[in-house]
Design a protein around this ligand. Structure first.
Ligand code: T3D
Length: 259
């Protein structure tokens, strides 16, 4: 993969670790592009059924590497967003497999919004999130202005974005931004259990769920009902649905193969 992004496979789970611990995994172009490429590869690789994103060292991710060439005052930051951040968010939303963020330490700026763009976030109790953009004169990118109001509501989104005040994992959980907050000592066990459960779930159904939920932000109920109809039509023909029903009638746990 690359020095800045470690990839490890555990059965059908792909674990991607942001690996610039001396910079709190601040994102540079190489890391962003490698992460994006890894997600694209995972999307088309049938043997990958779940992706986990984590950070090495004491933090999840401190956002854009502010020491990187090309992100100095006066540079065209829009180009940076267009070429590196937008493709990453779109890749995270497009992959029809669950993506889990394992957050510990700090998740700042684009690091926080990278986590929020994942499907599930599990955070250590000591973790903090900060929309630090306004502290340096920027606006929340990496999908922040789209994701935050939808996750935590307009008032809170405005508060965290305008003030750049850090919020705790507990607050993120209470506000609905993340799936779970667990004691620090339990973070790995929780993420392992969750990723194994997701990797042995009916992958095609999870992909359709993700696609339908995503579409619902923009759709009226009629359009959404059509998406549900089409999804159910496709899923009703999968081996996993057959297995699910068979396992139910045989009173045993299903063995989904993602097909
Ligand atoms: O188009 C574009 O490119 C714009 C896109 C912008 C997207 C964004 O993400 S903007 C927001 C960028 N991120 C930030 O503003 C956060 C900056 N970092 C911090 O505020 C703090 O470091 C933290 C709150 C995240 C953590 O604080 P603390 O006290 O735990 O650690 P520290 O001592 O500040 O940082 C440790 C080291 O990491 C330090 O290096 P040193 O002094 O030991 O050599 C620090 O400089 C480095 N580091 C932390 N964050 C970044 C960073 N280096 C480069 N870029 C960073 N973002």
């Amino acid at each position: 993969m690359s020095e800045t992004l470690q990839a490890a496979r555990d059965g059908s789970i792909l674990r991607l670790t942001l690996n610039r611990p001396e910079r709190l995994n601040a994102l540079n172009a190489e890391l962003l592009d490698t992460l994006c490429a890894a997600l694209a590869e995972a999307a088309s690789d049938a043997s990958t059924r779940t992706v986990v994103i984590a950070g090495a060292g004491r933090a999840f991710c401190a956002g854009q590497d502010l020491s990187e060439k090309g992100v100095s005052p006066g540079d065209d930051l829009g180009r940076q967003v267009e070429e590196h951040y937008a493709p990453l968010v779109l890749a995270l939303r497009a992959i029809e497999k669950p993506v889990l963020a394992r957050v510990h330490g700090v998740a700042a700026g684009a690091g926080a919004n990278l986590a929020f763009a994942c499907d599930l976030v599990v955070a250590a109790r000591s973790a903090t999130f900060v929309e630090s953009f306004s502290r340096i004169g920027l606006l929340p990118d990496t999908g922040g202005t789209w994701m935050l109001p939808r996750l935590i509501g307009h008032a809170r989104a405005m508060g965290v974005a305008l003030l750049g005040t850090p919020f705790t994992a507990e607050q993120a959980y209470e506000w609905g931004a993340i799936w779970k907050v667990v004691d620090d000592a339990d973070l790995d066990a929780e993420c392992d259990a969750l990723s194994r459960a997701l990797a042995s779930a009916p992958t095609k159904a999870l992909g359709r769920i993700k696609r339908a939920m995503e579409a619902s932000w923009e759709n009226d109920v009629r359009t959404q009902l059509e998406i549900e109809r089409d999804g159910q039509r496709a899923l009703g023909r999968t081996d996993d649905f057959r297995e699910g029903v068979r396992a139910f009638s045989e009173k045993r746990a299903p063995e989904f193969r993602g097909e």
